[in-house]
Design a protein. Structure first.
Length: 301
């Protein structure tokens, strides 16, 4: 049986491609985003956009009376879409302006905790010995206090305000980032590229900043939305107990607390801020879990 010249050239080209590329490459399957992840990102973008653009939206100020007290949600004017509170102020306006407080307090305190926790965790995980013992002891002492009890003690000593909330929430969440940064630093400091950098004469500061820190940051950044969600809940709990942002500045927890007295007759005054708080925390948890699976290298290495 004879083989044509075209067939021989085709076989040779296939054999050449196989020897050049090796085994056939199979493309990795693309991870599909679930409906919950899409909704979570959409909700977070919506909440942040409304909070940032609140002064420019066609809504009444959060302390302005727009109608009769305790009007249920209704179609018509924008300010009455979610009803009014006990005084007659727009629930929609107070929800949007309350989002500013909750998001700023949760995000700013979480960022402060990340900065402090990362710095201390890097020192503890890299230098070990005395530095590790002292920093771990401080973290364990802070973790031994229930977070809500610690926050209540801080707000009881100092008058409730946004700066006091920021400091208290950051202090309560710093030990978590210390432990996370410490564990990641200990893992990465034993890698070959760190040993190579040390053998080439790199200083400890350069190794920490150039070699270890870039590998620690993705894990901490992926965990950040989960901490923000927990801090928003903590701020809402303090506001519900009357130890959060002082009135008339609105916050979601304060609105739930204010509407609890009229729960039987006007349940929407509790349901609306509670649903907003629930959806925001749920979206942050879903987004944080998605980012952790996508960017946390310890989940793949």
């Amino acid at each position: 049986m004879t083989i044509s010249t075209t067939s021989l050239s085709t076989l040779r080209s296939k054999r050449f491609r196989e020897t050049r590329t090796g085994a056939p490459q199979i493309a990795a399957a693309k991870r599909q985003w679930s409906v919950l992840v899409w909704f979570s990102y959409f909700w977070m973008i919506l909440v942040v956009a409304l909070a940032v653009l609140a002064p420019f939206l066609p809504i009444a100020p959060y302390d302005a009376v727009v109608g009769a007290p305790r009007q249920p949600p209704q179609w018509g004017p924008v300010d009455l879409l979610l009803g009014t509170d006990q005084v007659g102020r727009s629930m929609l306006s107070r929800i949007i302006y309350g989002g500013q407080v909750s998001l700023v307090v949760g995000s700013a305190s979480a960022v402060g905790a990340v900065l402090a926790g990362t710095f201390l965790g890097l020192l503890a995980g890299f230098y070990r010995k005395g530095a590790d013992w002292v920093i771990s002891l401080v973290a364990d002492v802070l973790l031994s206090f229930p977070a809500l009890v610690l926050l209540m003690a801080i707000t009881a000593v100092f008058s409730p305000s946004i700066p006091v909330l920021l400091i208290g929430l950051a202090l309560a969440s710093t030990p978590t980032f210390i432990r996370l940064a410490r564990a990641n630093t200990m893992t990465w400091s034993s890698r070959e590229f760190v040993r190579a950098a040390r053998n080439m004469g790199a200083s400890n500061t350069r190794i920490l900043v150039r070699e270890i820190l870039p590998n620690v940051i993705p894990s901490l950044a992926a965990y950040l939305p989960l901490v923000i969600a927990a801090l928003i809940v903590a701020e809402g709990s303090l506001s519900f107990l009357g130890l959060g942002v002082p009135p008339p500045t609105p916050s979601w927890g304060g609105m739930i607390s204010a509407g609890a007295a009229d729960l039987r007759t006007s349940p929407y005054m509790v349901f609306v801020p509670a649903a907003t708080l629930f959806l925001t925390v749920f979206a942050l948890n879903q987004a944080g879990e998605h980012l952790r699976l996508r960017f946390d290298r310890t989940m793949r290495d």
